[in-house]
Design a protein around this ligand. Structure first.
Ligand code: HEC
Length: 281
C-alpha cells in the first residue's frame, strides 16, 4: 500500500515537473516588497511613483476598470491627504500619504491632488445639452480612463492580443507582484513579428512590446533612479495596492484580534486554575 502511494506520488511529481518545463517560464525573482511580511505595510512613496508609471505608460493600453480617481485619495490610498500639526512651529500643514503620528484625514472631495490627476484625463462623455459625444476633463468620481472603447478596438491596436485589465492583476497571476516586476524586466530584445521574447512569460513570447526604458518617466524625487528596474518595482507596488487596497487595515485588525486572543487565553487559564483549586484530578 505504502509503496503504491509512493509510486503514485513520484509519478504526480514527474507530471507536474514536465508541465512546468513545457511552460518554459522562469520563476519570478523574489523581491523584498514592504508588504510581504504579515505586519508589512505599503511603501506609499513607491505606490505614488507606481501610479505615475501606470498613468504615463501602461494606461496607453491597459484599463483598470475597478478603479475611480477618488480611490487614490481615500484613506489608505497613495494620494490620501492629511492635516498634520508641525511639531516645531505648531502650525497645521498638509501631507500626502499617511503621517507617522496622528493627522486628520481630509475628505477626497477637498483633495486638490486627486482632482488634478482626474482633470488631466480626457473623458469622452455625452454632452448634456446637445446629446452628442464630447470630451471633457475627468472628475474624481470617474472611473480611470479606458484606452480603448471596446475589446475589438483594443485587439486591433495590439496585433490581435488583448491588453488585460490591470485592476486585480497581482491577485490573478501566480507570483503576484514578483511576477509583474520580473515580467517587465524580462525582455531579451528578440522580436518575432508581433511577438516579443520574455523569459518570465509562459511560452516565452508575448504580444506586449517592452513598455519600459531608462528615463521614460520623470520622477520628482532626484534620489530615486529612473531605471527599468525601479519603474518595474514601483508599478508592481501600485498594482498590488490596487488589487488589495485594504491590506493595511486588515493586518492591523489581525494584530488586534491576536492580542485579544492572547489576553483571553491568559484569562481562561486563570479561570481554570480558580475553578479547580484544591481538587485532585
Ligand atoms: C503598447 C501597448 C501596451 C503597453 C504600453 C503596456 N502593455 Fe501590458 N500588455 C499589452 C498586450 C497587448 C498584452 C497581452 C500580451 C499577450 O497576451 O501576448 C499585455 C499583457 C500584460 C500583462 C499580462 C501578462 C500575463 O501574464 O498574461 C501584464 C501584467 C501587463 N501587460 C502589464 C503592463 C504594465 C505594468 C505596463 C506598464 C508598465 C504595460 N503592461 C504596458 C500591451 C501593452
Amino acid at each position: 500500500m505504502l509503496r503504491a502511494l509512493t509510486a503514485a506520488a513520484a509519478a504526480a511529481i514527474a507530471i507536474v515537473g514536465v508541465a512546468f518545463a513545457a511552460a518554459e517560464a522562469e520563476h519570478p525573482q523574489d523581491y523584498p516588497f514592504s508588504f510581504d511580511s504579515p505586519v508589512g505595510n505599503y511603501d506609499m512613496a513607491a505606490v505614488q511613483r507606481g501610479f505615475q508609471v501606470y498613468n504615463q505608460v501602461c494606461a496607453a493600453c491597459h484599463a483598470m476598470e475597478h478603479l475611480s480617481y477618488r480611490h487614490l485619495g481615500e484613506e489608505g490610498g497613495p494620494f490620501a491627504l492629511y492635516r498634520v500639526r508641525d511639531h516645531e512651529t505648531g502650525e497645521m500643514t498638509m501631507q500626502i500619504g499617511k503621517p507617522e503620528h496622528g493627522g486628520t484625514f481630509v475628505d477626497v472631495v477637498d483633495n486638490p491632488y486627486v482632482r488634478a490627476i482626474a482633470e488631466e484625463a480626457i473623458i469622452s462623455d455625452i454632452d448634456p445639452n446637445s446629446g452628442q459625444l464630447t470630451d471633457r476633463p475627468g472628475r474624481i468620481s470617474d472611473r480611470f480612463r479606458q484606452p480603448f472603447p471596446n475589446e475589438i478596438a483594443a485587439r486591433a491596436s495590439n496585433g490581435g492580443a488583448y491588453p488585460v485589465d490591470l485592476s486585480v492583476i497581482t491577485a490573478a497571476r501566480h507570483g503576484g507582484a514578483d511576477y509583474i516586476r520580473s515580467l517587465l524586466m524580462g525582455y531579451s530584445g528578440e522580436v518575432n513579428g508581433t511577438l516579443y521574447e520574455n523569459r518570465y512569460f509562459p511560452g516565452g513570447w508575448l504580444a506586449m512590446p517592452a513598455p519600459l526604458g531608462e528615463g521614460v518617466v520623470a520622477y520628482n524625487d532626484p534620489e530615486v533612479p529612473q531605471t527599468v528596474e525601479q519603474y518595474a518595482t514601483d508599478v508592481a507596488y501600485f498594482l498590488q495596492w490596487a488589487s488589495d487596497p485594504h491590506m493595511e487595515e486588515r493586518k492591523r485588525m489581525g494584530i488586534v484580534v491576536l492580542a485579544f486572543l492572547v489576553v483571553l487565553a491568559g484569562l481562561m487559564y486563570l479561570a481554570y486554575k480558580q475553578v479547580w483549586r484544591g481538587e485532585s484530578h
